[in-house]
Unconditional design. Sequence first.
Lengths: 323, 577
Amino acid sequence: MKDILRLPVLFLFFFVLLFLFFFGLSLLAQWGSAYSEGREIALQVIEARMLQSLLNVLPAAVLVSLAFLLARTAIKPGSRFLSLIIPLGGAFVLLAFGYQILVGLGPLEGAQPSVVDPTPRRYLAPGVFNAVESKVLYFEDLEERRLSSVVVVERGGSDQKLLYFPQGQVAVGDDSVILRMAGYTLEVDPEPVFAGMFAEDPVLRRFFTDLDFLNRELRRMFQLSLPAFYFAVLALVISFYASGMFFRLTRWHLLNAALALLALRGFLALFRFMKEGVVFELDKVLRNPQVLQFLPELVLLILGGLLLILDILFVPFNRWEEG
Amino acid sequence: MRRQMVQNPFSVLFVFYLLAFGGFFFYSIFTFPRYLAAFLWPFAWTKAFLLFMQYSIPVTVAAVAVAFSLLPTAETIRVRSSSQPFSRLVTSHLVTFITLTVVYTVLMLGFHPMAQRNMERFSSLTLQARAFRNMAEEAMEAGDRETALLNYQRYLAIDKGNRSFMELVNDMQMEIMAEAPEQRQAAASDLESMRIKDLAEGKEPYELFEMAEGFYEQEDYFSAHYYARLAFKIDPNRRDAQRLAARAQEMIAGKDLSMLEAEEKQLFERKREGYEYFTNKEYFKAFHIFRELQENYPNDADVISYLQKSQDRLSKETFFLDEAKQIDTLPGPTELLFINHREEGEREIVYLGKLAGMEAGTFCKDIEVMRFNPQGLLYHYYAEYGRLRDGSINLHGVDRGSTGGQSLPRYLSGSIRRRAESLPNILTLSPALEQLPSLKAGKVASATAASIGLFSLWQVRSQIERFGYLESIISEEILRRILLPFSFLVLCLLSVAIGWRFQARLSGRAHWILFVFMPLFPLVALSLTSLYLTAQRIILSFVLLRLGFSLSLVVFLVLQGSLLLVTMIVLAGQRTE
């Protein structure tokens, strides 16, 4: 019965640590993305995006804490019933109600105009070479949106590499930065000057894309209705909890851990694939696509439920104490 | 197998390394891009090495964790070594891990940039070879076979083993020679007739005298006179040589003395002309006159002396285009871009298409220079080739073969201003030669910087802002690189603890089916190690931007020390029971 106390405390401990760690990293990355505009602006950006960052890291922190707790219960199994109820309930409460509390603290980003609109200096630095896709851009000064003494460096096979323009204009849009010089227009993706220093490893790009998608989907469900949001959270929590089965699958515990981590990662990928792949395609075929809006969550729930039943029926709970 | 593991869990590591390198090698073969076929095997080895280094941390982590998770259980260890702490069991392995880390550091910081440069070399040389081939084909279509041959030869200088092109070049050479044999022979015989053969070299006076007698008998009185005089000059006691020279002189006088006089006069006139060019600092013209004279009078002391002098002076003010053109077939850093001067409100931006060193010097090609101030563009010019010497690029190339051929900057704008400068064909550079490879077009600390060694980055870091690059980006690249060996050691030790904690509780031998899952471990390790490295990079980048490079180094060392300490504690905390 020690589990009644031990499991929630452990879960909270993991959660607080991870939540703070992820939140800290997220803030540092935000700060870095706006640093080229000046320290003041960078701090304002952090302040403006704090709530959004908290919301973004919450699901990741809850789900990773859940995975840690599952690993812990696999290594040191206690009561099976409590090991089912406490992680599941705890994860649901933290994610569902934590999300609601955070949303209650202020409006979500997008619901109001951004407090700190990016200026061209976020994406272009004067007096240095700016790599803009396949070209390189140099300009002497930037005042408001006016560039002075602009040099575009054409790379590759062009005969004349350096092009000079006495002046230029820059406009920052949602999806692009547009540079207009006399008879020459350059449209590039908005990538902050110091973004490369804070960017994730290319290996993790898909993982972060999946996490972003998860956040967007949770927000969409939250805005749709509270029951829909609870349903999505439940599906996520159950599927992630069910992945814990893999921690006890074989007598080789390292293999179990690897399988469990892959299963957790697989659920994230499946969630996005269902929405962006399957639902998107079915959308074109079905007459009433509204029925599809819960399909990804439903699939996660069914898969999670199946794994849970398999776990209860066939996988020994105290595998780590065997042998 | 498990008993062997006890003795040496590094056998698992070795197998993982072997399989990983093999996999990367085959992957490299199958992903060989459209480079020249001659580069296939060098590419495969180099790419396999680069991939191996890129993924060596996750592979090592996975292998170590697997090895220690497959170690026999506590009972077996107790039989062998009685009950003892886990830390003592792995102490001997720690030394191996540290050695491995040293090897990894050497490979990552030393050999990895070299391999990266090799990869860039394959790419740039393939592009260059294809450009030569296209030029050759275009010249062939235009009927200009000499240009085609030249470009095919330049292509072959890169793709040396290409038999089809070798045969093509041989055929072309034969055809060109066969087409105009008379002209060539005539030109050769003209040259021979003009040249006084230097048969005297290394001969003794008596041999020279014998030669003179031979020429006298053949009624070649000029040669007889020359060799007889030479023999007398070397040995003044040889009166016979003096007499033979006199007889030959008489015979010449009796025939047509004006021929010798005319030749000597012509020689004197040409020497005087060359000397005048030399004193007027027209070294290029002087060089050509003395070179032409040297062909005809190889032993003339004046000609030898002034040819050497004019060549020396010429090489300081110009360079030979044939030497510079060798850069096309040589590997070297490409697309260099930097701000050259930042003074008096003016900026000068320099673009170098390629830079390469060779025996004849350091050359660059596709040089484009632009200078402007707030009022507008001052000048903009392009030079095809240049020679880098003493911190300046000489933009005046001359064709060694003809007096007319030369390469000068082509002005795209502002030629009057530039030409008014004291040395219009000299481009003085702010960056030093060793800094130049670091100034790659716009992306100094990204993938393109992978070919630059750590020490080069370190050297250029403090001055890089002068050349138009953000210092913090290159500092971050330095921190990223030195983070890798520390992470290698920390993660290796951590994976020992994880492997031991997640040990297999197998009742007998491990079932073979378990080994099917082996590829999963590096996959999982890849994500986890990437997360570890990304988190550290974000923290260090923040510290770098906020506190600067020196303090970020201190924070870096403290962070790595702390992580190592925590890892050692975790490692020491493992139990054998």
